[in-house]
Design a protein around this ligand. Structure first.
Ligand code: G6P
Ligand code: MG
Length: 220
Protein backbone atom coordinates (compact mmCIF):
# COMPACT_ATOMS: atom_id res chain seq x y z
CA UNK A 1 0.00 0.00 0.00
CA UNK A 2 2.67 2.44 -1.05
CA UNK A 3 1.77 5.66 -2.76
CA UNK A 4 4.00 6.73 -5.66
CA UNK A 5 4.87 10.41 -5.87
CA UNK A 6 5.70 11.77 -9.31
CA UNK A 7 7.13 15.25 -9.80
CA UNK A 8 7.33 17.27 -12.97
CA UNK A 9 10.64 19.19 -13.16
CA UNK A 10 10.44 22.55 -14.94
CA UNK A 11 8.20 24.90 -12.95
CA UNK A 12 7.64 22.42 -10.14
CA UNK A 13 11.08 21.60 -8.73
CA UNK A 14 13.07 24.40 -10.37
CA UNK A 15 12.10 27.62 -12.11
CA UNK A 16 13.73 26.84 -15.44
CA UNK A 17 10.83 28.26 -17.48
CA UNK A 18 12.66 31.62 -17.45
CA UNK A 19 15.75 30.06 -19.06
CA UNK A 20 13.70 28.25 -21.69
CA UNK A 21 12.07 31.62 -22.37
CA UNK A 22 15.35 33.51 -22.74
CA UNK A 23 16.74 30.89 -25.12
CA UNK A 24 13.58 30.82 -27.28
CA UNK A 25 13.39 34.62 -27.30
CA UNK A 26 16.99 34.90 -28.49
CA UNK A 27 16.23 32.58 -31.39
CA UNK A 28 13.03 34.45 -32.24
CA UNK A 29 14.89 37.77 -32.23
CA UNK A 30 17.58 36.35 -34.51
CA UNK A 31 14.83 35.25 -36.88
CA UNK A 32 13.41 38.77 -36.74
CA UNK A 33 10.36 38.62 -34.47
CA UNK A 34 9.30 39.06 -30.83
CA UNK A 35 8.45 36.28 -28.41
CA UNK A 36 6.55 37.31 -25.28
CA UNK A 37 6.26 35.85 -21.78
CA UNK A 38 2.58 35.21 -22.45
CA UNK A 39 3.42 33.17 -25.53
CA UNK A 40 5.95 31.27 -23.42
CA UNK A 41 3.03 29.89 -21.35
CA UNK A 42 2.15 27.71 -24.35
CA UNK A 43 5.58 26.10 -24.13
CA UNK A 44 5.17 24.67 -20.63
CA UNK A 45 5.25 20.88 -20.58
CA UNK A 46 5.69 20.84 -24.37
CA UNK A 47 8.60 19.01 -26.06
CA UNK A 48 11.48 20.96 -27.55
CA UNK A 49 10.51 19.96 -31.08
CA UNK A 50 6.89 21.02 -30.61
CA UNK A 51 8.03 24.31 -29.04
CA UNK A 52 10.11 25.13 -32.11
CA UNK A 53 7.17 24.31 -34.39
CA UNK A 54 4.96 26.71 -32.39
CA UNK A 55 7.69 29.37 -32.34
CA UNK A 56 8.10 29.24 -36.12
CA UNK A 57 4.32 29.49 -36.49
CA UNK A 58 4.31 32.59 -34.29
CA UNK A 59 7.01 34.21 -36.43
CA UNK A 60 5.54 32.90 -39.66
CA UNK A 61 8.91 31.40 -40.51
CA UNK A 62 9.25 28.48 -42.89
CA UNK A 63 12.20 26.21 -42.22
CA UNK A 64 13.97 23.47 -44.13
CA UNK A 65 14.59 20.27 -42.18
CA UNK A 66 18.22 21.29 -41.86
CA UNK A 67 17.42 24.76 -40.48
CA UNK A 68 14.92 23.22 -38.10
CA UNK A 69 17.56 20.87 -36.69
CA UNK A 70 20.13 23.66 -36.44
CA UNK A 71 17.73 25.86 -34.46
CA UNK A 72 16.82 22.97 -32.13
CA UNK A 73 20.49 22.58 -31.31
CA UNK A 74 21.09 26.32 -31.02
CA UNK A 75 18.24 26.79 -28.56
CA UNK A 76 19.48 23.94 -26.42
CA UNK A 77 23.08 25.17 -26.40
CA UNK A 78 21.85 28.56 -25.14
CA UNK A 79 19.58 26.90 -22.57
CA UNK A 80 22.42 24.70 -21.30
CA UNK A 81 24.58 27.78 -20.76
CA UNK A 82 22.00 28.96 -18.19
CA UNK A 83 21.72 25.50 -16.63
CA UNK A 84 25.48 25.40 -16.24
CA UNK A 85 25.26 28.28 -13.75
CA UNK A 86 22.42 26.80 -11.69
CA UNK A 87 22.81 25.69 -8.10
CA UNK A 88 20.63 24.55 -5.19
CA UNK A 89 19.47 28.14 -4.56
CA UNK A 90 17.20 27.74 -7.61
CA UNK A 91 15.15 24.94 -6.12
CA UNK A 92 11.62 26.25 -5.65
CA UNK A 93 10.52 26.98 -2.04
CA UNK A 94 9.81 23.99 0.22
CA UNK A 95 10.48 21.35 -2.44
CA UNK A 96 13.29 19.81 -0.32
CA UNK A 97 11.00 19.72 2.74
CA UNK A 98 8.33 17.78 0.85
CA UNK A 99 10.89 15.38 -0.69
CA UNK A 100 12.44 14.81 2.73
CA UNK A 101 9.03 14.12 4.28
CA UNK A 102 8.15 11.56 1.61
CA UNK A 103 11.53 9.88 1.92
CA UNK A 104 11.11 9.60 5.71
CA UNK A 105 7.79 7.87 5.08
CA UNK A 106 9.55 5.50 2.65
CA UNK A 107 7.40 6.52 -0.28
CA UNK A 108 8.75 5.85 -3.78
CA UNK A 109 9.51 9.03 -5.71
CA UNK A 110 9.85 9.56 -9.47
CA UNK A 111 10.47 12.37 -11.89
CA UNK A 112 8.09 12.64 -14.85
CA UNK A 113 9.36 15.32 -17.22
CA UNK A 114 9.28 16.11 -20.93
CA UNK A 115 12.81 17.51 -20.75
CA UNK A 116 15.83 15.78 -22.19
CA UNK A 117 17.96 17.79 -19.77
CA UNK A 118 16.29 16.50 -16.59
CA UNK A 119 19.18 14.49 -15.15
CA UNK A 120 21.88 17.16 -15.46
CA UNK A 121 19.52 19.73 -13.91
CA UNK A 122 18.70 17.50 -10.91
CA UNK A 123 22.39 16.86 -10.53
CA UNK A 124 23.19 20.58 -10.64
CA UNK A 125 20.74 21.37 -7.84
CA UNK A 126 21.74 18.27 -5.87
CA UNK A 127 18.34 16.55 -5.79
CA UNK A 128 19.22 13.43 -7.78
CA UNK A 129 19.47 11.16 -4.69
CA UNK A 130 15.78 11.65 -3.83
CA UNK A 131 14.53 9.98 -7.01
CA UNK A 132 13.98 6.24 -7.31
CA UNK A 133 13.17 6.62 -10.99
CA UNK A 134 13.68 9.33 -13.60
CA UNK A 135 11.43 9.29 -16.64
CA UNK A 136 12.16 12.15 -19.02
CA UNK A 137 12.11 13.25 -22.65
CA UNK A 138 14.62 10.53 -23.49
CA UNK A 139 12.26 7.73 -22.38
CA UNK A 140 8.93 8.67 -23.89
CA UNK A 141 7.44 8.54 -27.36
CA UNK A 142 4.17 10.32 -26.63
CA UNK A 143 4.16 13.80 -25.10
CA UNK A 144 1.87 15.08 -22.33
CA UNK A 145 -1.20 15.22 -22.28
CA UNK A 146 -0.61 11.57 -23.17
CA UNK A 147 -0.20 9.70 -19.85
CA UNK A 148 2.79 7.64 -21.06
CA UNK A 149 5.46 9.45 -19.02
CA UNK A 150 3.56 8.99 -15.76
CA UNK A 151 2.52 5.39 -16.51
CA UNK A 152 6.17 4.44 -17.08
CA UNK A 153 7.10 6.18 -13.82
CA UNK A 154 4.42 4.22 -11.91
CA UNK A 155 5.65 0.98 -13.41
CA UNK A 156 9.25 1.79 -12.49
CA UNK A 157 8.17 2.54 -8.92
CA UNK A 158 6.18 -0.69 -8.72
CA UNK A 159 2.92 1.00 -7.84
CA UNK A 160 -0.40 0.99 -9.68
CA UNK A 161 -1.34 4.24 -11.44
CA UNK A 162 -4.35 4.80 -9.15
CA UNK A 163 -1.93 4.82 -6.21
CA UNK A 164 0.11 7.67 -7.65
CA UNK A 165 0.10 11.39 -7.00
CA UNK A 166 1.44 13.86 -9.62
CA UNK A 167 2.69 17.42 -9.04
CA UNK A 168 2.42 19.52 -12.22
CA UNK A 169 2.52 23.16 -13.32
CA UNK A 170 1.37 22.63 -16.92
CA UNK A 171 -2.16 22.12 -18.21
CA UNK A 172 -0.93 19.28 -20.45
CA UNK A 173 0.68 17.69 -17.39
CA UNK A 174 -2.49 17.80 -15.30
CA UNK A 175 -4.40 16.28 -18.21
CA UNK A 176 -1.77 13.53 -18.52
CA UNK A 177 -2.03 12.73 -14.79
CA UNK A 178 -5.82 12.61 -14.97
CA UNK A 179 -5.68 10.39 -18.04
CA UNK A 180 -3.37 8.03 -16.12
CA UNK A 181 -5.98 7.79 -13.33
CA UNK A 182 -3.62 9.47 -10.87
CA UNK A 183 -4.30 12.15 -8.29
CA UNK A 184 -3.33 15.45 -9.92
CA UNK A 185 -1.99 18.37 -7.95
CA UNK A 186 -1.66 21.71 -9.73
CA UNK A 187 1.27 23.90 -8.68
CA UNK A 188 0.68 27.47 -9.83
CA UNK A 189 -2.37 29.38 -11.01
CA UNK A 190 -5.56 27.52 -9.99
CA UNK A 191 -7.55 29.26 -12.71
CA UNK A 192 -5.26 27.87 -15.39
CA UNK A 193 -4.88 24.46 -13.72
CA UNK A 194 -8.57 24.07 -12.85
CA UNK A 195 -8.64 20.46 -14.09
CA UNK A 196 -6.40 19.37 -11.18
CA UNK A 197 -7.82 17.46 -8.19
CA UNK A 198 -6.06 19.90 -5.85
CA UNK A 199 -4.46 23.29 -6.39
CA UNK A 200 -1.66 25.09 -4.61
CA UNK A 201 0.27 28.23 -5.45
CA UNK A 202 3.52 26.50 -4.50
CA UNK A 203 4.88 23.92 -2.06
CA UNK A 204 4.86 26.36 0.87
CA UNK A 205 1.08 25.83 0.87
CA UNK A 206 1.43 22.05 1.14
CA UNK A 207 1.76 21.09 4.78
CA UNK A 208 2.47 17.76 6.48
CA UNK A 209 -1.19 17.09 7.20
CA UNK A 210 -2.05 17.34 3.50
CA UNK A 211 0.81 14.99 2.61
CA UNK A 212 -0.44 12.63 5.33
CA UNK A 213 -3.87 12.72 3.73
CA UNK A 214 -2.37 11.73 0.37
CA UNK A 215 -0.63 8.79 2.01
CA UNK A 216 -3.75 7.47 3.68
CA UNK A 217 -6.45 8.40 1.27
CA UNK A 218 -8.19 5.83 -0.86
CA UNK A 219 -7.24 7.03 -4.28
CA UNK A 220 -9.62 7.93 -7.09
C1 G6P B 1 9.54 20.82 -20.03
C2 G6P B 1 9.34 22.31 -20.14
C3 G6P B 1 9.17 22.71 -21.59
C4 G6P B 1 10.34 22.18 -22.41
C5 G6P B 1 10.39 20.66 -22.30
C6 G6P B 1 11.55 20.06 -23.07
O1 G6P B 1 8.33 20.17 -20.26
O2 G6P B 1 8.20 22.72 -19.40
O3 G6P B 1 9.10 24.11 -21.66
O4 G6P B 1 10.21 22.57 -23.76
O5 G6P B 1 10.53 20.32 -20.93
O6 G6P B 1 12.75 20.44 -22.45
P1 G6P B 1 14.20 20.20 -23.03
O7 G6P B 1 15.09 20.46 -21.84
O8 G6P B 1 14.28 18.78 -23.48
O9 G6P B 1 14.40 21.17 -24.14
MG1 MG C 1 6.49 21.85 -15.90
Amino acid sequence: NKVGFIFDLDGVIVDTAKYHYLAWRKLANELGFEFTKEQNELFKGVSRKRCLEILLDIGNVKATQEQFNTWMVEKNVDYLAYIEKMDASEILPDVPRVLEYLRKKNMPIALGSASKNAKPILKKVDLLPYFDSIVDGNNVTKAKPDPEVFLIAAENLGVTPISCVVFEDAVAGIQAANAAGMVSIGIGDAEILYEADYNFKDFTEIDDSFLELLLNKNHK
